[in-house]
Design a binder for this molecule. Structure first.
Ligand code: TEU
Length: 554
């Protein structure tokens, strides 16, 4: 195990509520994760990233943390988490956890203490308690919107429930008050939390909303267009008062020092949306975060020119500061890749969540995109169930939905539950093997069992077999772990072909994807992996049909 494992790692994201339920309450847990570690080791990933597992009222899927030094009792306890880390290490898997520094739960001891005082108190200084505007402060301090819809401010009430004229800031749900990162107590607390978990063996953290900790002094208005009531977009523009303020980099420098105090050094991946390549690269400087998520890649539609330029821009941006690029297609916040590309195929926006697209085509493109992604240089993320080719569950009834943005936008947004439906481990109903009782916190659709691990375990043509094969090759082929790539020009401009390795060396691997409408002959050596069954090697290469990807010996 080398210390720069993160430069080429494949990291598997676990959403603990939905991964595996050991105690039968319909909610995943740490024991469930432990029981499936050998599945993950066998899959061939290098690390797991566990979405928040801390004590939480669960108003935002655990991103509303009540206590960072406790595991939520529904998930287990710290002892069990430490056992998980130990078990994972024995299997050669690293463990990263989420950390949420921008805000805490309104049940966090600091916020409860603040509520018991009046604004101006030292307790309120840990948050953003700001005088309202208008007579008696009856209107919010400024025009900032919550990412989840509505105002980013809620009134602070006194003990009798009366108005104080002050408001607290929440860039997300009203149950997630933003912390004041200008305050030394906040900084010291989080450094202590990092050490708490590093001492327990954790290999690193995924940092939630790593751009927003510092707010512009004086809380200036944003002057958003009237009627722009949907959530505040994280696709930032320069000079916004909440995101990417220069001071945030001091926080990451301090965290990096804490990570580097440990042996082996611990690592960070930041959830960063920046306004420019240089803005993104700033987070990746050698004394800040090791890696950041690549949302441009995730949001790229099925379009050959855009895909090529996103790959180029990602590599050059990270390369500016000697960081590896990262690649991601799915997470707990976005519709499943198969479903996004199905929409794309129907000529709709990949973020349109108003109903399904053409699933068969989406399924082909989803497989191809996953294989192509795993062939790119750098580190890649797989979200639980992506290896099964799961689809987005559109049809969840409104009453089952728990994403807080759903309620804050009257159902116009906040459809993030459809990618959080628990994992089907078997095809047995009810519950598809998620837990011992058949219970599941979100309902599973009728086709869920057909995509289960048990079903695909027996198949050589499923998505699971494809991902296993790709990850095995990534380990076996040094070319696939090397840092660079070169594009190989093609006659058909709709086909992307790249070479990994020495350029002409024996061990080179060629990675190709056909985003066009015609089958093409692709020159190369032995067929190493193909995104769809039926793709055959032919003399001197392969016939690559539309919507498919391959890896060939170079
Ligand atoms: O997400 C940041 C974020 O703003 C996302 O909500 C994103 O804008 C949205 O999903 C668009 O689809 C992180 C976590 O990943 C998310 O789960 C949390 O809800 C959020 O932070 C608040 O902690």
């Amino acid at each position: 195990m080398t210390t720069d494992w993160w430069r080429s790692a494949v990291i598997y994201q676990i959403y603990p509520k939905s991964f595996a339920d050991a105690d039968g309450d319909g909610i995943g847990d740490v024991a469930g994760i432990r029981s499936r570690l050998s599945y993950l080791a066998d899959l061939g990933v290098d690390a797991i990233w566990v979405s928040p597992w801390y004590r939480s009222p669960d108003r935002d899927g655990g991103y509303d943390v009540e206590d960072f030094r406790q595991i939520d009792p529904r998930f287990g306890d710290v002892e069990e988490a430490v056992a998980l880390i130990r078990d994972a290490h024995k299997l050669g898997l690293r463990v990263i956890a989420d950390i949420v520094p921008n805000h805490v739960s309104d049940q966090h001891r600091w916020f409860r203490a603040a509520l018991a005082t009046t604004p101006g108190s030292p307790e309120w200084d840990l948050f953003h308690a700001v005088a309202g505007t208008g007579e008696g402060g009856t209107r919010p301090p400024n025009d900032w919107r919550s990412v989840f819809g509505g105002s980013a401010w809620d009134p602070i009430l006194d003990a009798a429930g009366g108005a104080t004229g002050f408001w607290f800031l929440h860039l997300f749900d009203a149950t997630q008050p933003d912390l004041n990162w200008e305050h030394p107590t906040v900084r010291a607390e989080f450094e202590d939390i990092l050490r708490f978990w590093f001492e327990r063996g954790l290999d690193g953290f995924r940092i939630d909303v790593a751009t927003s900790l510092i707010k512009a002094p004086g809380y200036p208005d944003e002057h958003r267009a009237p009627g722009a009531d949907a959530g505040l977009s994280l696709e930032v523009t320069e000079g916004q008062p909440q995101w990417n303020r220069p001071g945030v980099h001091d926080v990451w420098r301090a965290w990096r020092r804490v990570a580097d105090e440990h042996d082996p050094p611990r690592v960070f991946v930041g959830e960063v949306w920046a306004d420019s390549p240089a803005g993104l690269a700033a987070y990746l400087r050698p004394d800040e975060l090791h890696t950041v998520f690549n949302f441009d890649y995730m949001m790229c539609p099925w379009d050959v020119d855009r895909l090529r330029s996103v790959v180029d821009a990602s590599l050059s941006t990270a390369g500016l500061v000697g960081a590896p690029a990262t690649w991601v297609l799915e997470s707990h916040d976005k519709p499943r890749v198969r479903t996004r590309f199905a929409l794309d195929a129907a000529g709709r926006d990949i973020n349109d969540r108003s109903g399904p697209g053409e699933d068969a085509l989406g399924a082909l493109r989803g497989r191809a995109a996953t294989l192509f992604m795993l062939g790119l240089p750098g580190s890649a993320y797989l979200y639980q169930g992506q290896e099964l080719g799961l689809r987005e569950v559109w049809e969840l009834p409104a009453g089952a939905r728990q994403d807080p943005a759903f309620a804050r936008t009257n159902g116009a947004d906040g459809l993030r539950d459809g990618c959080r439906v628990p994992i089907p481990w078997t095809d047995e109903r009810p519950g598809c093997g998620f837990g011992p009782t058949g219970a599941s916190w979100l309902p599973m659709p009728p086709d869920w069992g057909a995509m289960s691990v048990a079903r695909q375990d027996r198949s050589e043509t499923g998505v699971l077999a494809l991902v296993r094969r790709a990850l095995r090759l990534r380990r076996a082929e040094p070319a696939l772990r090397s840092p660079g790539m070169t594009w190989v020009a093609q006659e058909d401009p709709a086909v992307l072909v790249l070479r990994r390795g020495q350029s002409g060396g024996d061990g080179d691997v060629v990675v190709a994807m056909n985003l066009g409408g015609a089958t093409v002959h692709l020159a190369g050596g032995a067929l190493l992996a193909a995104s769809a069954p039926g793709i055959q090697a032919v003399d001197g290469g392969v016939l690559l049909p539309p919507d498919s990807a391959v890896w060939l010996r170079g």
